[in-house]
Design a protein around this ligand. Structure first.
Ligand code: GLU
Ligand code: MG
Length: 437
């Protein structure tokens, strides 16, 4: 193949966009320590293009993108497309000290608290849904036809994901038009968020090679399906056992799990500003989208913000290893490091305050009325990004998870997106964000 093979040293920015600088791949070994240059104001670039104004960075300052060798990802090229190569980076000062606005550093801080306070490691996976935009023939939800019309993408993407170590589990035609989902195995700590970033970029790359585009947009059309990024997570102890599991409890959840869940529910509104953060995201979270129609904890219920997935005993599966919670109000507009860091901090707050176990929702929330509907907060998440940012601002505990600079940068970015889409109706916003994510 002619040309120079390029490797991008990249970070996932506050708007969930992967950005960076590329160098010839044969220079990578020599740059692993020093990385490449980066600019603070890059963290004020909005997903719609252009800089958020005002932003706290201005024109000054210098940073480095410092690669983490564990994230090195490469897919062979095939004429005429050269190899796809990427390494995820920490954002650091020119002396190598962590930068306070680096999303990986944010998550590391939360993971350190989890370890020191509970002796726990976070084990998590993101369950991304996406739609293939191109000239696909129509096919019915979950049908074999829907899988076959997506070939050769389907088999090629599974091979590429396995090759780069993302550990894909299944290829699923989903409910919506040209919508698919590929669950992946969980990973520990920061690798879980790295895996979400790498997953999306590999899916996009293989779609491009198949002359299609993969869109992870939260809602590509107002009346279409949502593309969720549900977060499955557990806490494991040093022996690798799930700390969320209690076989004696009716829910299967330990006292620790219930407090952790209560913390997430208590901060749910503020969390949504981080986990579902585009001007189209809130519309996906309304009832009947199978996303998060009730701000509640519920066994096997796909309308609950926190779902307790079933524990299978078939095929000699080990229930303890499966015990986990599923946070359903996340989408691909979010930065996965901020998502996991915020979930951990919200859960830890519930543990510290010894919050009472949340009531378990046992039915479709659309059957609830009056006081019950209020108790389980049916349709309770903020109705817009503006409301979600208001909830974040009003939640002192959640605000303290951020350094003032990171908080300012995040809010100014999100405010710029609100402003840029202010004159548009939901359909126009959806179309615009479908092109971004
Ligand atoms: N598409 C739904 C969402 O936006 C999820 C459907 C499901 O897989 O349960 O979250
Ligand atoms: Mg799904």
């Amino acid at each position: 193949m002619s040309g120079v093979e390029l490797v991008m040293l990249a970070c996932c920015d506050l708007g969930g966009v992967v950005r960076g600088r590329s160098l010839p791949a044969d220079e990578l070994p020599g740059q692993m320590e020093a990385g490449v240059g980066w600019v603070p104001a890059n963290h004020a670039l909005t997903p719609l293009g252009g800089l958020a104004e005002p932003n706290p960075f201005g024109s000054t300052g210098d940073l480095r993108l410092r690669p983490d060798a564990d994230t090195h990802t490469r897919i062979d090229g095939e004429e005429p497309v050269p190899a796809f190569e990427l390494v995820l980076c920490d954002i650091a000062g020119t002396d190598g000290a962590p930068w306070e606005c680096c999303p990986r550093t944010f998550l590391r801080g939360a993971l350190a608290e989890l370890e020191s306070e509970l002796g726990a490691t976070l084990r998590a996976s993101f369950e991304h849904e996406f739609q293939l935009m191109g000239t696909l023939a129509p096919a019915l939800p979950f049908s074999l036809e829907a899988q076959r019309v997506a070939e050769p993408f389907a088999s090629r993407v599974m091979a590429a994901l396995a090759d780069v170590g993302v550990q894909p589990e299944r290829f699923m035609p989903e409910f919506g038009e040209h919508q698919y989902e590929i669950p992946v195995m969980p990973a520990d700590g920061i690798a879980a968020a790295d895996r979400s970033v790498i997953f999306k970029e590999v899916v996009r790359e293989i779609a491009r090679r198949c002359a299609m585009r993969a869109s992870f947009a939260p809602l590509a059309k107002p009346d279409g399906p949502g593309n969720g990024a549900h977060v499955h997570f557990s806490l494991v102890d040093s022996a690798g056992a799930s700390m969320l599991y209690d076989p004696a409890a009716e829910s299967g959840l330990s006292a620790l799990a219930l407090r952790f869940a209560a913390g997430i529910l208590a901060h749910a509104d503020a969390l949504s500003a981080l986990t579902a953060p585009s001007p189209t995201s809130a519309a996906r979270l309304t009832p009947h989208h199978w996303s998060a129609g009730a701000v509640a904890l519920a066994p096997r219920n796909r309308e609950a913000l926190l779902r307790i997935p079933p524990l299978l005993t078939l095929g000699r599966l080990d229930a303890a290893r499966q015990a986990r919670l599923e946070y359903r109000a996340a989408d691909a507009a979010a930065n996965p490091y901020l998502v996991l860091g915020a979930i951990v901090r919200a859960g830890l707050d519930g543990v510290r305050r010894e919050l009472p176990a949340p009531p378990l929702l046992d039915r479709d929330p659309s059957q609830l009325e009056g006081a019950d509907a209020e108790r389980f907060r049916v349709g309770g998440l903020p109705r817009s990004l503006d409301d979600a940012l208001g909830a974040l601002e009003g939640d002192k505990t959640a605000r303290a998870w951020f350094s003032p600079l990171l908080y300012d940068a995040y809010v100014s970015l999100k405010r710029a997106e609100i402003e840029a889409t202010a004159g548009e109706d939901l359909a126009q916003r959806c179309a615009r964000y479908a092109r971004v994510y």
